[in-house]
Design a protein around this ligand. Structure first.
Ligand SMILES: [Zn+2]
Length: 267
């Protein structure tokens, strides 16, 4: 599932390739927009807000997409073979030079640009946004006193951009049992700053490296490593369900490095 840096990179690449250029052909493969034709419109900007992508066109129009589980935008030169099957394409937007294809995108809306706040206004500070505000993110995190830290990190109204990989890795790196209530976390600003750093260092890459080692099988401390030995202490990594945030439930942690004195709930 996408993390905020994945969406940021998609937006960055689309903006680099398409901003300023006119669309010459558009093909919406969703019933609602089957007859929509945006050809002749120029792309002004493509902006990521957390895991939402806002594709802004001239004359007050925004295409809002959200990847949810495994959606993605691909960029192709004309005639280049698609890397995903055609039936999974939801929208194709073409300029003279490029073809942008949105695959498996469950959320796709056209809206007036001035109404973008309807879909992203609820989000907390954007970890990769130009207007990133660590104080505000810290205050929002601190306010979730009763919430487990593992859940609060997925709460996009606290800060926007942390997905399941980073929330698991953040808890490990801060030595926090994911079920620790936010009120018992010692250094909230430290958590926020580390989230920012992790997304920042990975934003030009398709991978989410948290160990500093960009080699197959070595990129994560705990995520996806059930029963494998902890890289620090050798204890087998555990895996359990946590959170109500859609499908991002599975949490991985080291019961030794992330020990809790008195765990409330959880396995
Ligand atoms: Zn450990």
């Amino acid at each position: 599932m996408p993390e905020g840096d994945t969406v940021w990179l998609a937006g960055h690449n689309l903006r680099q390739a398409l901003a300023g250029d006119e669309l010459v052909r558009t093909d919406f493969r969703v019933p609602r927009y089957a007859t929509t034709d945006l050809s002749g419109r120029r792309t002004l900007d493509v902006v990521a807000r957390g895991k939402h992508l806002l594709w802004r066109f001239e004359r007050d129009l925004t295409l809002h997409t959200h990847f949810m589980m495994d959606g993605s935008w691909h960029l192709y030169r004309h005639g280049q073979r698609w890397r995903s099957p055609g039936f999974e394409a939801r929208v194709v937007l073409e300029t003279e030079k490029w073809q942008a294809v949105g695959f498996r995108i469950p959320v796709l809306d056209l809206m007036p640009t001035e109404r973008e706040d309807d879909v992203v206004g609820h989000l907390g500070p954007d970890l990769l946004g130009d207007d990133w505000d660590p104080e505000e993110a810290t205050a929002r995190l601190e306010a979730r006193t009763e919430m487990a830290i593992g859940e609060a990190l997925l709460d996009q109204t606290v800060m926007a951009g942390v997905g399941n990989v980073y929330r698991c890795e953040l808890c490990f790196l801060r030595g926090l049992d994911p079920w620790t209530p936010v009120s018992e976390v010692a250094d909230h600003r430290g958590v926020v700053d580390l989230a920012k750093r992790l997304l920042e260092v990975n934003r030009y890459s398709a991978r989410h490296v948290t160990t500093g080692v960009d080699l197959p099988g070595r990129t994560h401390w705990v995520y996806g490593r059930k029963d494998e030995p902890c890289r620090r202490c050798g204890t087998p990594i555990r895996k359990a369900d946590q959170s109500s945030y859609g499908s991002e439930r599975i949490v991985y942690w080291c019961p030794s490095c992330q020990a809790s004195q008195e765990r409330k709930g959880g396995p």
